[in-house]
Design a protein around this ligand. Structure first.
Ligand SMILES: *Cc1c(COP(=O)(O)O)cnc(C)c1O
Length: 405
C-alpha cells in the first residue's frame, strides 16, 4: 500500500531514517553532552536490541510476567444497539500494572541491564510511567530515580506510594511550575551527569532519536497480536482501528500491525473543554511544527512560540506535542486524527462499564467514545479499539467531579 510515495510494504525499514526522521519530523535536538549518552543507547539498541537473545528474553517476559498475549473482546451488548456494527477491544488493560506502558518499560529496562547499567532515570507526570518503570526496575534489580514535579507529587499520592513500595526513589522537583516540564528538565540533567551507570527511559514515542523508534518497536507487539487475533476470530481484518493519542505509544503500537492493510486508522486526541488554546491537548489536530524535548513534531504553541499550556481530563493525554511519527502519518494522510471532548469521554467511560463490565482508563475512554460516534455515522463495520488501560486509577476523580451516572 502507498500513500504520497510512502511505501508501506517496507515501511519499518525506512522510517525513521538513520538520523531518526519521519519525513521532516523527529531528529535529535539536544545538548552535546546528552547526545553522547543517547548515541550510546542508539548503538546498543541497534546491536544488542536486535539480537535473538534479547528478543527471546523479552518474549518470555511478556508471556510469563506481563500476561501476554492480551485478548480481544467482542463488545456484544454495546454493539447490539446498532444494526450492523461490531465493536471489539484489544485488552491492554489486562497487562500487569494495568496499561500498555509496561510494554516499552520492560524493553527499556532489559536494554539497560544488557548494557551493564545499574540505574533507570525518568520523569513522570501523573505517575503512570513512573509506576510502570519502577515495576521494570524491581523485576531486573535495577535502581530507579523518578523525577516528579512537587505539585504532581501532592496530586498523585497513590502512585507516589506505589513507586516507593516498588523501591524507586521519587525526587521532587520544585523549579518553575513544579510539574511535568520541570521534571523532564531535571531528569535530562541527571542523565547527562550519570550516564556512565544509568539510562534514561522515556514514557512514550517522543523525545530525541532513537526513543520514538525504540518505543514504537517495543509497542509493535500490540498490533502484531491484534491483527492475528482479529483474523482468527472474524476471518477478516477490522474496517477501522481506533486509539487515543497522548504522546502516541499505544496508538502507534496497534496501528503498526495494520499500516500496510486496507484498514482505516483513527488517532483520537483530547478536546477537553473546547477548541480554545489551553482548553485541550490536540496537538495533531490544531498544532504547528515545532521543537520541544529534543524532537521536531506538531506542537501547540503560545504567542511566543513556546509549548502552550494544555488541558485534558486524562493526565496521560495532557501533552503539548505528539510523537514525530504521528505528525508524519498525519501529514501524508495514512492516519486520521480527530478529537473527543471531556463529556463524550465520561459518557463512554460509563457506557463501557455498564454494558460490558470493563472500567476503562479515562485516556482509553476517548477512543471508545470515538468508536461509538463513528458507529452512528458509518452504520456498518467492524471497529477495533485499543483499550490502553484500566480505569481504577480514575474512579475517585470521576465520582468526585461527575458523580455516578
Ligand atoms: C499514558 C497513557 C496513555 C497515553 O500515552 P500514549 O503514549 O499516547 O499511549 C494512554 N492510555 C493510558 C492508559 C495511559 O496510561
Amino acid at each position: 500500500m502507498k500513500y504520497q510515495n510512502v511505501n508501506f510494504n517496507n515501511y519499518f525499514a525506512n522510517y525513521p531514517d538513520a538520523n531518526g526522521y519521519f519525513g521532516k519530523y523527529g531528529g535529535s535536538y539536544i545538548p552535546q553532552d546528552l547526545q553522547k549518552a543517547i548515541d550510546e543507547v542508539n548503538i546498543a539498541y541497534q546491536t544488542i536490541g536486535q539480537s535473538s537473545a534479547f528478543n527471546e528474553e523479552l518474549q518470555r517476559i511478556r508471556k510469563e510476567f506481563q500476561g501476554r498475549p492480551t485478548p480481544i473482546t467482542h463488545l456484544k451488548r454495546l454493539s447490539s444497539q446498532f444494526d450492523d456494527i461490531n465493536l471489539f477491544v484489544k485488552r491492554e488493560d489486562l497487562n500487569h500494572t494495568g496499561a500498555h506502558k509496561i510494554n516499552h518499560c520492560m524493553g527499556e529496562a532489559l536494554l539497560a541491564r544488557s548494557m551493564g547499567k545499574t540505574k533507570l532515570i525518568a520523569e513522570t507526570g501523573a505517575g503512570q510511567h513512573g509506576v510502570a518503570l519502577a515495576t521494570a526496575a524491581a523485576y531486573f534489580g535495577l535502581k530507579c530515580d523518578i523525577y516528579m514535579g512537587a505539585v504532581d507529587v501532592k496530586k498523585q499520592a497513590p502512585n507516589v506510594a506505589r513507586m516507593k513500595i516498588l523501591g524507586a526513589n521519587v525526587i521532587e522537583v520544585n523549579e518553575g511550575s513544579a510539574s511535568l516540564k520541570e521534571a523532564v528538565d531535571a531528569a535530562f540533567k541527571a542523565y547527562s551527569q550519570e550516564y556512565d551507570n544509568a539510562i534514561y527511559c522515556i514514557g512514550s514515542v517522543v523525545g530525541p532519536h532513537p526513543f520514538p523508534m525504540m518505543v514504537r518497536d517495543f509497542q509493535k507487539i500490540v498490533g502484531i497480536e491484534a491483527r492475528e487475533q482479529f483474523l482468527t476470530m472474524n476471518n477478516c481484518l477490522p474496517d477501522a482501528v481506533i486509539a487515543c493519542v497522548g504522546g502516541g505509544s499505544n496508538a502507534i503500537g496497534i496501528f503498526s500491525g495494520f499500516l500496510n492493510d486496507d484498514v482505516e486508522l483513527f488517532g483520537i486526541e483530547p478536546l477537553g473543554k473546547g477548541k480554545q488554546l489551553g482548553q485541550h491537548a490536540a496537538s495533531l489536530a490544531y498544532g504547528q511544527e515545532g521543537i520541544m524535548h529534543g524532537f521536531n513534531s506538531l506542537m501547540l504553541k503560545d504567542q511566543d512560540g513556546n509549548p502552550a499550556p494544555v488541558y485534558s481530563i486524562a493526565s496521560g493525554l495532557d501533552y503539548p506535542s505528539s510523537g514525530p511519527e504521528h505528525a508524519f502519518l498525519h501529514d501524508i494522510g495514512r492516519v486520521k486524527y480527530d478529537v473527543i471532548n471531556d463529556y463524550e469521554t465520561i459518557d463512554a467511560f460509563f457506557e463501557l462499564s455498564r454494558k460490558e463490565g470493563i472500567i476503562p482508563a479515562i485516556e482509553s475512554s476517548h477512543a471508545v467514545a470515538y468508536a461509538i460516534k463513528l458507529a452512528k455515522i458509518q452504520k456498518k463495520g467492524n471497529f477495533l479499539i485499543n483499550l490502553s488501560g484500566r480505569g481504577d486509577k480514575d474512579i475517585d476523580h470521576i465520582i468526585a467531579t461527575y458523580g455516578i451516572r
